[in-house]
Design a protein. Structure first.
Length: 206
């Protein structure tokens, strides 16, 4: 006689196994690993997108280039241009009147030192450094015409010193305290030079 209970258990076991392998309504069984991989890609993308957006915000626009020089940089460029003009004027006067070397060369050396100190403070953006502005490069300030006589040349130097000293005082309000201290020192030196040149003028001759 056949064991009906054993056959029933066999049939139920077969049906359970078949149910566990039931194919979804789409007709194909979806691999479990593919679903996990897609979830990981979505999670990584959600994490990276904000980081990429933040990084792109800090980059300069290649079409507009670097920002223009700050007001302090422009003020420093103007001070450098003034010192460069004085150095050039003293150099030309000494070349034309070597007899004034004992009086004028110490003043020229001081201006060269001022120019070096100012240039050491200047940090320009690449575009500003490449442009023919009032930067630290020589040869861009137009040379002032100097009189042929020694006395006349000394008078021009005196006027240039007074103008540079006054301009230096006006620049103090537009720079940091440390740079203002340097500009004030240079302006005081230029005022002293003007007084020395005024005393030298009669000895220079007309």
């Amino acid at each position: 006689m056949t064991d009906s209970s054993g056959g029933a258990r066999t049939v139920r076991g077969s049906l359970g196994a078949a149910a566990s392998r039931t194919v979804p309504s789409g007709g194909r069984e979806r691999p479990r690993g593919a679903a996990v991989g897609r979830r990981r890609v979505l999670a990584v993308s959600a994490t990276l997108l904000p980081l990429l957006a933040t990084a792109s915000c800090g980059e300069p626009d290649p079409l507009t280039g670097p920002p223009p020089p700050s007001p302090q940089v422009r003020t420093l460029q103007a001070a450098i241009a003034a010192e460069r003009a004085l150095v050039g004027a003293y150099t030309r006067v000494l070349a034309a009147h070597p007899a004034l070397s004992g009086s004028l060369r110490p003043l020229l050396i001081q201006h060269e030192d001022h120019l070096a100190q100012l240039r050491g403070r200047l940090i320009e953006p690449p575009r500003a450094a490449a442009s023919p502005s009032a930067s630290a490069r020589p040869g861009h300030s137009p040379a002032q015409r100097l009189p042929a006589t020694a006395g006349g040349a000394v008078t021009v130097l005196e006027d240039m010193e007074r103008s540079a000293a006054a301009a230096g005082v006006r620049r103090l309000a537009h720079v940091t305290p440390s740079l203002a201290q340097l500009l004030a020192s240079i302006a005081a030196s230029e005022a002293t030079h003007a007084a020395a040149l005024s005393a030298l003028r009669p000895a220079g001759g007309a």
